[in-house]
Write a protein that binds this ligand. Structure first.
Ligand code: ACM
Length: 674
């Protein structure tokens, strides 16, 4: 049967639309042609030159792991006649930067790009198409994968597509950093912002200052639970740092995946670990202690006297030897000025500079560091506080406290990377706060991440070019393990990838959701810890009927769902096998709880929805909103109020209910028939 469908790549027999061939981020242009290419162990890879051979090697690694096959790699002149070929072709002037074209026909697949990154991204698309086409091998049948025939023309929307990781609050081992980079590469993110120093730990070996790691990487203990909560501590010393050899290894690992690593050395704030190692760097002279809880601390690098700058310049000199990135991130956020305001040396410095505020002293600080780095051929990135007191001349601004800082920097014709907390802080919760594992707070579901556009509508066309792209930030106060960090980024980083890559006019959340299950299945098979989205069909409902049939669909194939009524579900609850009939009492909410277990054993948190029968619901057409049910996610409780629920007749005379569901836009949906 496979032989029958192979060999016809005919645009006139286009099959039903497969949304973007399952690829995330959605390519700029996909034209699905009829027919399939059969990839099997007789397929040959054509590659010559460094980048193409690199892609060939990665493709073979992938095929080896997924199917146990390794393809022969040949150059053009040694390809046998009639061979089916996957061709990597680096050719000048064929695509925009990092772009590629991918053509699959019944004879093979050709990926063409201008640059190594583009070839690599074509390879990512090919591997995702292959994942989507995966069918379990049949005993006795040679392994083959049916790849759909298609033309893809693709290039990123933004040159900067970033993901950050805070290794200061918690230390993540080298193996996990590589996992992180692998995930980034799969989803075509190209910049890893590596946050290496914090109040709670200095994580990078600097040979000239050994105490930074022997003292500054270790805290005596760590607060448990939420900051400001019970104020309990675990009593366990905590530490970790990356040696320079490990850093070189990671930078090279990233380079092979076309990812630039931008290191961040925080200054002048968030520097308590450095001060603990070398107390002369602070205004009071110490003693200091590496922070054991989260927040913002008053002791920061002292700008007066040259010893602080000599120290930082020496650190940055070693840093530049390790990191070839054009940009060095120098922090600049959340720096209290209280010590400077009371230090006679700093006051004298301020006067000598003609400064009237400590913010200007911060600008002096950043400006001086910027000059040092510019003199060494690098540019700085700083958090948006570096605007306060005057922006350093060549600085790129990372806008995190909303978009205002970014917009202000664009108006000054500085480059900007958008990382606004409300959309792109992956330390925030992904669902109803009461359900999610410990996190910093907030409510940032996948849909909200997806909705973000890094180019603020207020910017005229002439200024849009200053927006380099978007980045999500992964602050690790409440991520003590790699598993937790994975949970917090997956699947939200897929939405980030689509924000950064896919043309705005092509973005479509429904289409993204259609591609998500296959991606989740891939994560599951690969052993990632990801947040399994809520079952489809589990949403708050108000009805006039006394019974409601709740039909649930798991968000990734093969997931088992266990449910219970009015108490949290566990894996010992009832296995969902068919729609659940709820009998509702008037004005009394019933809660259906569900946990999901993926095929690989990932278990979701307890998800729930409220169902209620309202006794009298006889709205007149056009009537003012009736009283009803309004559910609001509110940090750690769900408040149910009976005030603002609308019921109105639908076009076919059936009643429609609009329920505000947990901070998301209200949905109109038919009331369930009994
Ligand atoms: C930040 O979140 N303090 C940049």
């Amino acid at each position: 049967m496979l032989a029958l469908i192979a060999g016809s790549c005919n645009a006139s027999v286009a099959p039903p639309v497969e949304p973007n061939l399952g690829i995330v981020p959605a390519p700029a242009n996909v034209e699905r042609l009829g027919g399939y290419f059969l990839l099997n162990k007789a397929t040959v890879i054509e590659a010559s030159g460094y980048d193409a051979i690199h892609c060939a090697t990665l493709l073979n690694d992938y095929l080896g792991k997924a199917y146990g096959i390794t393809l022969q790699v040949k150059n053009e002149s040694s390809i046998p006649p009639r061979a089916h070929v996957i061709r990597f072709d680096l050719r000048a002037n064929t695509s925009p930067p990092e772009g590629y074209s991918l053509q699959s026909s019944h004879n093979g697949v050709t990926i063409v790009s201008n640059d190594g990154a583009g070839l690599f991204y074509g390879l990512q698309s090919l591997m995702q198409m292959t994942d989507a086409a995966f069918k379990p091998p049949v005993q006795g049948v040679p392994i083959q994968v049916e790849l759909p025939c298609a033309n893809i023309q693709d290039a990123p929307r933004f040159p900067y597509r970033g993901l950050h990781l805070d290794c200061g609050r918690h230390f993540f081992p080298v193996a996990f950093i590589k996992t992180y980079l692998d995930l980034m590469a799969r989803y075509k993110l190209n910049t890893f912002h590596w946050h290496l120093t914090e109040d709670q730990g200095w994580r990078i070996e600097i040979k000239r200052y050994p105490l930074l790691t022997s003292v500054g990487s270790i805290r005596s203990q760590t607060v448990t639970g939420h900051e400001g909560g019970s104020n309990q501590y675990d009593g366990k010393s905590y530490g970790g740092f990356y040696t320079q050899d490990e850093i070189r290894d990671i930078v090279e690992y990233a380079r092979l995946r076309y990812i630039t690593v931008i290191p961040e050395i925080e200054m002048p704030g968030h520097s308590l670990a450095a001060l603990t190692a070398y107390p002369y760097l602070g205004c009071t002279g110490g003693p200091y202690a590496v922070a054991t809880h989260w927040g913002v601390f008053p002791d920061v690098f002292c700008p007066s006297g040259d010893s602080t700058f000599a120290f930082l310049e020496n650190v940055l000199t070693e840093l530049m030897q390790l990191f070839p990135s054009h940009y060095i991130h120098i922090g600049g956020d959340e720096c209290p000025k209280i010590r400077w305001e009371h230090d006679p040396r700093d006051i004298a410095l301020m006067k000598s500079l003609g400064d009237t505020s400590a913010d200007q002293l911060q600008s002096y600080f950043i400006g001086r560091i910027e000059k040092f780095l510019n003199d060494h051929g690098r540019d700085i990135i700083g958090w948006d506080e570096i605007l306060e007191g005057g922006l350093a001349p060549n600085a790129t601004v990372m806008s995190w406290r909303g978009e205002a800082g970014g917009i202000a920097a664009v108006k000054l014709h500085h480059k900007v990377i958008m990382t606004p907390g409300n959309w792109l802080y992956f330390d925030r919760g992904q669902g109803i706060p009461a359900n999610e594992p410990l996190n910093i707070g907030g409510y940032l579901p996948l849909s909200k991440v997806y909705s973000y556009d890094p180019v603020p509508a207020v910017l005229p066309d002439s200024e849009k070019q200053y927006i380099l792209g978007a980045q999500a930030n992964v602050w690790s106060e409440y991520m003590a393990s790699p598993e937790k960090a994975e949970y917090m980024i997956l699947p939200r980083m897929l939405a980030l990838a689509e924000i950064d890559w896919t043309p705005l006019e092509k973005k479509d959340y429904g289409d993204f959701l259609a591609r998500l299950p296959a991606q989740l299945s891939w994560m599951d098979q690969q052993g990632y810890f990801f947040r399994i989205p809520e079952p489809l069909g589990l949403s708050d409902s108000l009805t006039t009927q006394d019974r409601i049939l709740v039909k649930l669909t798991p968000p990734l194939p093969g997931t088992r769902m266990y449910y219970s009524l009015d108490s949290a579900a566990t894996v010992s609850s009832t296995l969902y096998t068919s729609p659940v009939l709820l009998t509702l009492q008037a004005n009394r909410p019933d809660t259906l709880h569900v946990v999901e277990v993926s095929p690989a054993g990932n278990t979701s948190v307890d998800y729930h929805a409220v169902f209620m029968r309202k006794e009298v619901l006889k709205p007149k057409p056009g009537a003012r909103p009736a009283t009803g049910l309004n559910l609001k996610g509110h940090r750690d409780t769900i408040r149910v109020s009976l005030k603002r629920h609308r019921v109105h007749p639908g076009p076919d005379g059936k009643e429609l209910a609009k329920v505000n569901s947990l901070g998301m836009a209200g949905k109109i949906r038919p009331l369930q028939p009994t």
